[in-house]
Design a protein around this ligand. Structure first.
Ligand SMILES: [Mg+2]
Length: 130
């Protein structure tokens, strides 16, 4: 199996949690400060909820690099996962922010395997625009 086909197979089976773990590990190694809200469940085993105020759909990861002030806000999805309407609203709004200092969008397992996530995280460690 060639590298590309192997990567496609791995991407198909990688869950959002695995992707998140990999991204957070890479971000920490490059000096990013990261935030990710985790859902919690009540003691009686009720529904999973992420407590918050404001508008739903906020991206999974919010990171800032303390040396450059660059910000990365990304929604994590499995290879075939689709953003909800609320998540897409946030991503559309973020797209209008300053591209020189803010990176946003959706990250999928294939982005991790292709090196796109690593490139964005490395971008955040350097002053100046892309
Ligand atoms: Mg997600």
């Amino acid at each position: 199996m060639d590298k590309t086909r192997y990567q496609q197979q791995v991407a198909k089976t990688m869950g959002e949690r695995e992707l998140e773990d990999a991204v957070l590990e890479m971000a920490k190694a490059l000096g990013w400060l990261s935030f990710h809200a985790l859902p919690a469940r009540s003691k009686d085993g009720g529904r999973w909820r992420t407590h918050q105020r404001g508008d739903v759909g906020f991206p999974d990861l919010c990171m800032v690099h303390p040396k450059t002030g660059k910000i990365a806000m990304f929604e994590l999805k499995t290879e075939k996962g689709k953003p909800t309407a609320a998540q897409q609203s946030w991503l559309d709004a973020l797209k209008g922010s300053c591209e020189a200092t803010v990176a946003s969008g959706i990250w999928r397992p294939s982005d991790l395997l292709a090196g796109t996530i690593g490139e964005t995280l490395a971008w955040g460690t350097k002053k100046g625009s892309r």
